[in-house]
Design a protein around this ligand. Structure first.
Ligand SMILES: O=C(CO)COP(=O)(O)O
Length: 255
């Protein structure tokens, strides 16, 4: 179901005590804030070793959720060093980020593997946050829309209607990730509207209306309000600014 949502992707940052301190401060600040009618769902995605501890300390209000940054495509077995979707569910995860450009780029994750990971996540009852986004070269070559359409078709639209209904899409232009160079709200809106159109073609108009589409890439406390005010931007997938409690809270309060 389409909803306002902000997810914090901590990436490979914070030790256990640092993560606990951050989530404690977030819980304290969230507790002090006046309850807002349009408060978003909030998903915190720490590294694997911090998941259980962070889950224990999440603010007790119903709109805070735990998410992971990756999962393995198999249910269990001899895959040294890997973590399965059901293990994530067993420590309280409700969401998992899949298809992040850093996983595609540094770990060679392609559409076939991501398809398997999506299936594994869904089978374990996790809700995937599936990322798409173009490089600077692709944007400058004026190929953004073709590229995003292909990522969606090859990576995501093989899911059944029921499976797709569990998915949140995140548009993360690679050139905006960690660079301080945010997409303008018009650039974000244009691609989000395009993604919704593609969903309507692949599924139906209702599925397009029901899908939550997040923007990610140097979103912060200063630009979140304008980004989230766009009609097809339902929230954000936040990297750097999710590592500071006050900044992240300000983003949550930007609806
Ligand atoms: O990759 C991102 C979130 O998944 C965005 O990272 P930044 O917010 O640090 O640019």
């Amino acid at each position: 179901m389409r909803q306002n949502l902000v997810a914090g992707n901590w990436k490979m940052n914070l030790t256990y005590p640092e993560g606990m301190a951050l989530v404690e401060e977030m819980a304290r600040l969230a507790g002090e804030a006046a309850p807002a009618a349009n408060a978003p769902q909030v998903v915190i995605c720490p590294p694997f070793p911090l998941l259980h501890g962070v889950g224990q300390l999440l603010p007790k209000s119903a709109n805070f959720h735990l998410g992971a940054q990756n999962c393995h495509q198999k249910e269990s077995g001899a895959f040294t060093g890997e973590v399965s979707a059901s293990m994530l569910a067993s420590v309280g995860c409700e969401y998992v980020i899949l298809g992040h450009s850093e996983r595609r780029q540094y770990f060679g994750e392609d559409d076939k593997l991501l398809g398997q990971k999506l299936k594994a996540a869904l089978a374990a009852g996790l809700k995937p946050i599936f990322c798409v986004g173009e490089s600077l070269d692709t944007r400058e070559a004026d190929e953004t829309f073709d590229y995003i359409a292909k990522q969606l078709t090859d990576g995501l639209f093989h899911l059944s209607n029921e499976e797709f209904a569990q998915v949140t899409v995140a548009y993360e232009p690679i050139w905006a990730i960690g660079t301080g160079r945010t997409a303008t709200s018009a650039q974000a809106q244009e691609v989000h509207a395009f993604i919704r159109e593609q969903i309507a073609r692949a599924y139906d108009a209702q599925a397009a209306l029901d899908t939550t589409i997040l923007y990610g890439g140097s979103a912060n406390a200063q630009n979140a309000k304008e980004l989230f005010a766009q009609p097809d931007v339902d929230g954000g997938l936040i990297g750097g600014a999710s590592l500071k409690a006050a900044d992240f809270l300000a983003i949550i309060q930007s609806f």
